[in-house]
Design a protein around this ligand. Structure first.
Ligand code: TEU
Length: 610
């Protein structure tokens, strides 16, 4: 099925019915704080796109709308019906746990986590109830971006151990009935990767075309900026060349339009699958296809996102084609699992890459729920769980049976969620438990980030001297142009990825000022909840129904033909009246409560009926 050509004369309702039109308009409205329902409202829905363009003339350029029309009209596919049959899969039933190796467990006391440290903790992870591990990069790397800048895809970083350690780790994981997925970072390589070295050294090498080289004509090739501050172009004076990097100056973007790049990447993926790994988390995989000619980005979008040019590569012209190719030539032969990290994709676009019939990715990480709409990560504000509820509800009900959501709060790229909600840490335990209750009872695969199960919050970094992340360091320098140092540090403190990258406090080994310690009660609740999920199919494959979405309330039901759960959540730091329509249900957690009709701050209850 294809939709009619969208033009500036199309009415909003029609634009909103296309997958890409839906996601972009929804995002703009979200950022502007306008409810999405205006697009479904018969009066405003009949307005022409050109009227919206006029109304937003101050912020959105004419060029933006040109790009918008290109993106909308290029996508002629439509998501399948929401109600296709639901198929079972191990990764829908599994509880995943993300390990960020350098800060997980340090076995040789050099201050940096390592592979043997992970081996030491396999029994702990098994006991927690984890079914699958996602390992952030462990490959050889100059560590400009902690391993997301890969120098050699076939080597283990010596700081982390050896390939023998890796093999032992994989064996230990499989021996415990768990699975391992690796991080696949193939949007870019390190500038120290052999391919890039050849490319830079020898203009006639085939590797020149592996990257985006542009002749130096006295100005930057376009206005794109890096995700990590500054222009997205390195200048090589001797060679008179500019080369593209969407991330740090040492992370050079691969040119996926070169079939040799795709073939080399596919061969590398197969090499790891041959070793027995069970799948991959694919780093910024939606960025691999760039718009031909690398046109300038829109300034408004750039300001909104914090970097310019993204509309030309986050849903590029050959994205579907390349994802299908990797799937067919590498993943399918091994029955391997794939999850894409896809910043910026909305739900309808996500349906077009994860729909079973598409044969592209099994799941994706969407990030829209990580900030309250209208706010950005580098901003000191209080996160609102009401927006989280609304976002979850959309993914629970609008994603379709042929797609499967992920449910997570944290990863190595974000400050800790409990601190975003409650910066003083007054409700550390109840908040950790509330988040866990939702994570293990919503529909979708839970991804725990290391330390969630310990109830970890943010780190009270004292100054920029405690900060090491390349993103923060670059941003701080940029901020100094128009901020006082103390103000710049405050902004970094709000958003720095270092909050999630401090060594886990297994045995008080984190520096004292960091104030990190394990909350045992949180850990045991994790165990209890994971085991509950494992015991009840209704919590995995069951239906989802919203029962109450009034302010600060999230009450929902998960059920199948055999059993039913009602989950009653208080999303606020003050008491609320509990849900009462519970005939036939028994309370299974918490075991103790102070008042039956009142939920305490951030309290979450689970009721059960057979
Ligand atoms: O992150 C990509 C990225 O853009 C994220 O910062 C994303 O925008 C953010 O998580 C949304 O909340 C990936 C890796 O996860 C990150 O660690 C790397 O630095 C980056 O790619 C480059 O490889």
């Amino acid at each position: 099925m294809s939709h009619r050509e969208i033009t500036m004369n199309s009415i909003l309702k029609e634009v909103y019915e296309t997958p890409v039109g839906h996601d972009i308009l929804a995002r703009i409205l979200l950022q502007l704080g306008v409810p999405e329902t205006v697009l479904r409202n018969p009066v405003s829905g009949r307005l022409k796109l050109s009227v919206l363009a006029k109304l937003s003339k101050k912020v959105l350029s004419e060029q933006f709308w040109q790009t918008f029309l290109t993106l909308v009209n290029r996508e002629q596919d439509e998501p399948a019906s929401l109600y296709t049959p639901l198929h079972e899969a191990w990764w829908k039933e599994a509880v995943f746990y993300q390990i960020y190796p350098r800060s997980f467990c340090d076995s040789d006391h050099d201050g940096i986590g390592d592979l043997r440290g992970i081996i030491e903790k396999l029994d702990y992870l098994k006991d927690l109830g984890v079914d699958a591990l996602w390992l952030s990069p462990v490959y050889d790397s100059p560590l400009d971006d902690n391993g997301y800048d890969i120098r050699d895809y076939h080597k283990i970083l010596p700081q982390f151990g050896t390939m023998k350690d890796f093999d032992e780790l994989l064996e230990g994981i499989h021996a415990r009935g768990m699975k391992l997925i690796m991080d696949l970072v193939v949007n870019h390589t390190s500038d120290e990767h052999e391919w890039f070295r050849q490319a830079l050294k020898d203009p006639s090498s085939k590797y020149r075309n592996y990257y985006f080289f542009e002749d130096d004509k006295g100005e930057l090739p376009n206005n794109w900026t890096s995700n990590f501050s500054g222009p997205a172009w390195n200048h090589y004076e001797d060679e008179k060349q500019y080369v593209l990097h969407l991330f740090s100056t040492k992370q050079m973007d691969l040119n996926w339009d070169d079939p040799d790049v795709r073939e080399d990447v596919i061969t590398m993926i197969r090499w790891w699958l041959e070793k027995g790994v069970d799948g991959f988390r694919m780093d910024v995989i939606n960025y691999i296809s760039k718009e031909e000619g690398l046109p300038d980005g829109d300034q408004f979008v750039g300001n909104l996102m914090g970097y310019t040019g993204i509309e030309h590569y986050y849903y590029g012209p050959h994205l579907h084609e390349y994802l299908k190719e990797i799937r067919e030539k590498a993943f399918d032969a091994y029955g391997a699992f794939s999850i894409g990290e896809t910043p910026g994709l909305g739900i309808q676009m996500a349906r077009l890459v994860t729909g079973e019939e598409q044969k592209e990715l099994d799941m994706i990480f969407s990030f829209d729920h990580l900030e309250t709409p209208g706010h950005v990560r580098f901003e000191d504000y209080r996160y609102d769980l009401n927006a989280f509820r609304d976002n979850m509800d959309t993914w629970m009900t609008q994603y379709g049976n042929n797609c499967w959501p992920t449910v997570f709060y944290n990863n190595h790229d974000n400050p800790r969620m409990i601190s975003k909600i409650d910066s003083e840490g007054k409700h550390r335990e109840s908040l950790s438990v509330l988040l866990a209750v939702m994570q293990f009872t919503l529909r979708g695969t839970p991804f725990i980030y290391q330390g969630d199960e310990m109830g970890l919050g943010n780190v009270p970094f004292r100054s920029m001297e405690d900060i090491t992340d390349v993103e923060s360091v670059n941003q701080y320098k940029e901020l100094l142009a128009d901020h006082e140092p103390s103000e710049a540090f405050r902004i970094i403190l709000a958003g720095t990825r270092d909050h999630a990258r401090i060594l886990l406090p297994w045995n008080d080994n984190a520096p004292e000022w960091a104030g990190q310690n394990v909350n045992e009660a949180v850990t045991s609740t994790y165990k209890e909840l994971i085991s509950l999920r494992h015991q009840h199919r209704a919590l995995v494959y069951g239906h989802y129904e919203m029962l109450d979405r009034s302010r600060n309330r999230y009450v929902y039901r998960r059920y199948d033909e055999h059993e039913s759960f009602i989950i009653d959540c208080n999303l606020s730091d003050h008491p609320v009246r509990a849900y009462t329509d519970l005939s036939g249900y028994t309370l299974i957690r918490p075991q103790r409560y102070s008042e039956l009709n009142v939920l305490q701050p951030y309290e979450a209850r689970i009721w059960f009926r057979k």
